[in-house]
Design a protein around this ligand. Sequence first.
Ligand SMILES: [Zn+2]
Ligand SMILES: [Zn+2]
Ligand SMILES: [Zn+2]
Length: 150
Amino acid sequence: MTSDFETQLRAVSLRVTRPRLAVLAALRDHPHVDTDTVIALVRADQPTVSHQAVYDVLRALTDAGLVRRIQPAGATARYESRVGDNHHHVVCRSCGAIADVDCAVGHAPCLTASDDHGFEVDEAEVVYWGTCPDCATERTSPLIRQFGRK
Ligand SMILES: [Zn+2]
Ligand SMILES: [Zn+2]
Ligand SMILES: [Zn+2]
């Protein structure tokens, strides 16, 4: 069941360990979560894993390219296992919800600089900021906010 993750780890010459498998599984099921959430998810399965161990796993997986770290301005770092494409993110200014947006072009850099100043540009970091549907509903419906949602 975890053989995909084992293959991924071996492909980048990382040893297969239970915490590494657990982090990859957590990120597959819960994309764009922060470190604390990853720790909670891993510990639900392996209660004895330390915070430091999860930090170390996240760093190793990110360095190896199996995990992508995203950090929208003013937000805590989030992690996801969707790597290898140039997808972008739409972030809610209000609650911080994040969703994937496929790259319009499909590869980096997807924006051409108006003046590259002679640099060899290889990436454009695109973040779409806005209001998620839940927050937009709350904003336009004061009664829902007053009496609570759901
Ligand atoms: Zn929101
Ligand atoms: Zn993403
Ligand atoms: Zn793009």
